[in-house]
Design a protein around this ligand. Structure first.
Ligand SMILES: [Zn+2]
Length: 105
């Protein structure tokens, strides 16, 4: 088993997953029976997460986890959710980098 990552805000063990929308989502490391995120592992060891629906309920090989933001105790109210939740919008990331690169001229 891979070692867990740890939340930068509260230090809890988390697992990084990739959602169907190709975003990174941190879920609690341990499965939870009331979790609303189905987590599975693809053939290359990437953890995938998705929201089970009535049509596509969680499969037997998927484990239900809670998104870490739902249980995180380290979040400050004035901090953006993304600090802990770990949802990184790649397009935003890219835009920030481009702005920085162009700032010297
Ligand atoms: Zn946390």
């Amino acid at each position: 088993m891979p070692r867990p990552s740890y939340c930068g805000a509260c230090g809890a063990p988390i697992r990084w997953t990739v959602t169907e929308g190709r975003k990174r989502l941190a879920v609690d490391y341990e499965p939870h029976p009331e979790g609303n995120t189905a987590v599975s592992r693809d053939g290359r060891g990437t953890w995938l997460s998705r929201r089970p629906t009535e049509e596509l309920p969680a499969d037997p090989w998927e484990k239900l986890h809670k998104p870490h933001v739902a249980t995180c105790k380290g979040r400050q109210d004035d901090e953006p959710l993304t600090r802990c939740l770990g949802v990184i919008r790649l397009d935003e990331h890219r835009r920030n980098r481009d702005e920085r690169a162009g700032g010297d001229r």
